[in-house]
Design a protein around this ligand. Structure first.
Ligand code: DAH
Length: 341
């Protein structure tokens, strides 16, 4: 086979490889096959010495023109592939600059805050005052003034976080009853929402930190009928629907008589779930008539005044209201939870 034919076959083969090349790597492979240091055309150049001068000149010219042609085509093919790759990238990374911006996501109030504000509004509309009290309390306000003396078994009912100085994190909002009466005197209609703390094992229905809302009305002739009226008004306002309730006698040193007002669990409709500890009922509203001893401790004459009181579990109420089955979510700060409200 003569050299001319070999060269033109190589030429044709590489042209066809270039035509088929769909990647830069394929183009490079074709380039190396023809023009690389050990490429087919380079090998031919090496055999020049053996040719007659005329032949050498002719073949040399042919070889050069083929090389130049291939170089130009390789460059063109590379450029075409690069620009196609760029086009594809621009297509896939395309940004619509005219699309409306998503805008800031508005925040929302914590579900407990929402429930708290709603109840505050309700009671304010009925003439109640909203009071606040310290979260770090004295033993006197948290226990003694509420008729829970040091040796009283009721102290064991509430696992207390004690401070080194003898004070404590209030275990309930009831101390505000005494503080309110001392400050404002009777007649008094007050509520006191706030945090309470207990040193207990955390599980789906227990937190060490939770919200309560204390309520108290002290006047000349307050009866259980008043209590029931306000509790019914409260519950129907909160749940915007009929709830099933039951009243049981309950013992709390600061009320006499004392009651447990339970509501049928709204999460499982009474069937039993972790929130109601499988009982179908949730203790929501302990209440009763204010124990005369508490009035005396607050500087109020029980011969002249009496009252009712209740302690609403605000966090538990929010769970019922929104169907949350794990109390720990409220303090989690988890935005996936909080954004639902
Ligand atoms: N302080 C009680 C507790 O946290 C709840 C309570 C019960 C409050 C009866 C009251 C009441 O005002 O009358 O367990």
């Amino acid at each position: 086979m003569d050299l001319d034919q070999t060269i033109s076959e190589i030429h044709a083969k590489i042209l066809s490889a270039l035509h088929d090349a769909s990647t830069l790597e394929a183009v490079e492979a074709a380039r190396i096959e023809a023009l690389g240091r050990k490429g087919k055309l380079s090998e031919i150049s090496k055999t020049f010495g053996k040719l007659a001068p005329d032949e050498r000149k002719r073949i040399g010219a042919l070889l050069n023109s083929v090389k130049q042609d291939l170089e130009a085509r390789i460059e063109a093919r590379q450029a075409a592939l690069e620009s196609a790759a760029l086009d594809a990238r621009l297509d896939s990374e395309w940004v619509d600059l005219t699309a409306p911006a998503p805008g800031p996501r508005p925040g929302s109030l914590h579900p407990v805050t929402q429930v708290q504000r709603e109840i505050e509004q309700l009671f304010v509309s009925m003439g109640f005052t909203v009071l606040d009290g310290p979260e770090v309390e004295t033993e006197h306000y948290n226990f003694d003034a509420l008729n829970i003396p040091a040796d009283h078994p009721a102290r064991d009912m509430q696992d207390t976080f004690w401070l080194k100085d003898g004070r404590l994190l209030r275990t309930h909002t009831s101390p505000v009853q005494v503080r309110g009466l001392e400050k404002l005197g009777p007649p008094l209609k007050m509520i006191a929402p706030g945090r309470a703390f207990r040193n207990e094992e955390v599980d789906p229905s227990h937190e060490h930190t939770f919200y309560q809302l204390e309520g108290m009305m002290v006047d000349r002739e307050v009866s259980v009928a008043h209590l029931i009226y306000f509790m019914k008004t409260l519950l129907s306002a909160i749940f915007h629907r009929d709830v099933t309730v039951r009243l049981r006698p309950g013992y709390f040193p600061f009320v006499e008589p004392g009651f447990e007002l339970d509501i049928q669990c709204l999460i499982c409709s009474g069937k039993g779930c972790p929130v109601c500890k499988q009982s179908g009922w949730v203790e929501l509203l302990p209440c009763g008539l204010v124990n005369p001893a508490v009035l005396r401790h607050s500087g109020v004459d029980p011969e002249q005044w009496n009252g009712f009181a209740f302690g609403l579990g605000l966090t538990r109420l929010a769970m019922m209201r929104y169907g949350v089955d794990d109390i720990r979510l409220f303090l989690s700060g988890d935005l996936r939870f909080l954004r639902q409200f």
